[in-house]
Design a protein around this ligand. Structure first.
Ligand SMILES: [Zn+2]
Length: 549
């Protein structure tokens, strides 16, 4: 008798583990287990990981009691409900290489009008999804039949807490972690994406007209995860930017600036739309409805370029919409043009393009999202460019502080210093090119690599918004004769500067968008935002101060 009980006990665990294995390999995105464990354990906390595992376990457990339910009606209702969700999930896997998730839900909902076209384009993939879905359901039916029902119909009520908790979890991570069985992930991510939907693609027209012809070539370079105070140019003790430090006189260095937010999307959309701190949290959706910098550039007669060195496949990020592309003449993703390009070479392809454009006869405006030093740092520089040791392995899970810092410093040496070493000598003063350079946010590497390095929403340190800011103006277009006061500026002054460079009236610019980098800025307190800039979750205004790395 005891043996029988024990055997049954093992059977439940065995089925549970089998279903977990099935969920992570078939229903979830490939590689997500690694990512989720790494992200939650090392960038958040052990508690965060346990919380996720508890919700994941509950959702798989609920699938188990539904599938092996003693009530045949419940079993078949479950399979019937699972069918459409599994079909969507697997079809996406055949189309994109991974199962449907929150970001896909957002894209799909934003482009519902294109659904018939998408279905006819991908009918082969959807067909494969359908066949796989039927095969899986067939295996489920056979297994459930053979077991002759293991669980009481009452246990199917587990569906309720599993739904509520996974909804809470996906909502709390604003879709970032929705790695649950398709039965939950597909409907709940879609529901939440609909709830979080933003009015993308409804920008106002530019009404102002430029007063003068502006600078001939304007390059706005937004680097990725570069902390201002980690640069020896700005006083860091580690020799991270030897070239820039020796060539300080070539640039107009504002030192350490504060970024608009401590995460990529928030800072970039603020830079693109001229959103100011006083507009945040942006409940009026100004960042999505005001004219973008590309629209102003087009109005001023520029040929516009958007170079995204981070993504491929024409994917858009940072709240940009397909309608924004209407004002972009050339949308370039280096990884798409050459899929074999190593990650650490992407910024150098960007540099080549900028050098080429700086010599062109036409007026050019370029907005660049550099690949920069986004985690994992080890992929952002060539293996033979290790200057600081010991370093982390490229897919390292354990991050001791010294290794994290060394790897990050190597990344800066390559992706910032070597990048500029290539760019500066190649830009001629006669090209009339003006470059503004900053980063989207900084990195907090003080927490042994266990805590989040940026985008934290609690106990956020100012270093997460600590970014470099300088100009390259070899032709002296801006007429800045002396080096500016260091460490007093913020992202907020970049949009007005770009408008002045494009030739817009300074009074219009100042009234509408505030001080530019050309204005003396009173040394007032600076702030930045954490959390969703649209105020859809918790968002906090955090005081900024300059700290060492
Ligand atoms: Zn970023």
């Amino acid at each position: 008798m005891r043996l029988l009980v024990r055997k049954k006990y093992f059977l439940h665990i065995f089925i549970f583990l089998l279903l977990c294995l099935y969920t992570v390999t078939v229903e979830m995105r490939p590689g997500r287990v690694y990512f989720v464990v790494q992200h939650l354990l090392f960038r958040q906390s052990l508690l965060a990981l346990l919380q996720y595992l508890a919700v994941f376990g509950l959702t798989v457990g609920s699938v188990q009691v539904l599938l092996f339910n003693k009530s045949r009606l419940i079993r078949y209702l479950f399979l019937l409900a699972l069918f459409p969700f599994l079909l969507v999930s697997l079809s996406y896997r055949f189309i994109t290489g991974y199962n449907y998730w929150y970001a896909d839900a957002q894209t799909a909902l934003g482009n519902l009008s294109l659904a018939p076209e998408a279905i006819s384009n991908f009918n082969l993939h959807i067909g494969l999804g359908l066949i796989s879905c039927c095969l899986i359901l067939l295996v489920f039916v056979v297994a459930a039949r053979k077991s002759k029902g293991l669980y009481s119909p009452w246990l199917s009520l587990l569906l309720i807490p599993a739904t509520l908790l996974s909804y809470w979890y996906i909502n709390r991570s604003t879709g970032g972690t929705d790695d649950f069985p398709a039965l939950y992930r597909v409907p709940l991510s879609t529901l939440l994406a609909a709830k979080h939907a933003l009015p993308l693609g409804n920008r106002q027209e530019v009404t102002a007209a430029p007063l003068n012809s502006g600078a001939r070539h304007i390059f706005m370079i937004v680097d990725e995860s570069i902390t201002g105070s980690a640069l020896s140019l700005n006083g860091a003790t580690m020799n991270t930017t030897p070239y820039l430090k020796a060539n300080t006189n070539q640039i107009i260095n504002f030192g350490i600036a504060s970024s608009a937010t401590n995460y990529s999307a928030g800072s970039n959309i603020a830079l693109l739309s001229g959103l100011r701190l006083s507009d945040m949290p942006d409940k009026k959706r100004k960042a999505l409805t005001a004219a973008s910098i590309f629209q102003y550039a087009k109005q001023a007669g520029y040929t516009t370029y958007f170079i995204d060195a981070q993504l491929g496949r024409g994917m858009l990020q940072n709240y940009m919409s397909p309608q924004d592309l209407n004002y972009i003449d050339h949308f370039i993703q280096p990884s798409e043009e050459d899929p074999s390009l190593p990650y650490y070479q992407r910024d150098f392809v960007v540099a080549d393009k900028l050098i080429q454009l700086s010599g062109s006869e036409e007026k050019v405006f370029v907005y660049v999202n550099k690949a920069g030093a986004h985690w994992p740092y080890a992929r952002t520089y060539p293996p033979d460019s290790v200057f600081f040791r010991p370093v982390l392995a490229e897919r390292s899970m354990l991050k001791d502080r010294e290794k994290s810092l060394n790897t990050y410093f190597n990344a800066i040496r390559w992706t910032v210093d070597s990048f500029w070493q290539k760019l500066i000598p190649a830009i001629s003063p006669t090209d009339r090119t003006v470059i503004i350079y900053t980063s989207d946010h900084g990195q907090d590497l003080s927490g042994d690599g266990i805590s989040m390095a940026h985008a934290s929403s609690q106990h956020t340190k100012p270093i997460e918004a600590n970014v470099p800011l300088w100009l390259l103006d070899k032709s002296g277009f801006l007429g800045i004769k002396t080096q500016p006061t260091m460490h007093t500026r913020s992202h907020e002054q970049i949009f007005p500067t770009l408008l002045l460079l494009q030739g817009y009236d300074s009074t219009f610019v100042k009234t509408r968008f505030g001080n530019s980098l050309l204005d003396e800025v009173p040394n007032s307190r600076r702030y930045f935002y954490t959390g969703d800039i649209f105020g859809r979750g918790t968002s906090t205004k955090v005081p900024f101060k300059v700290t060492g790395f």
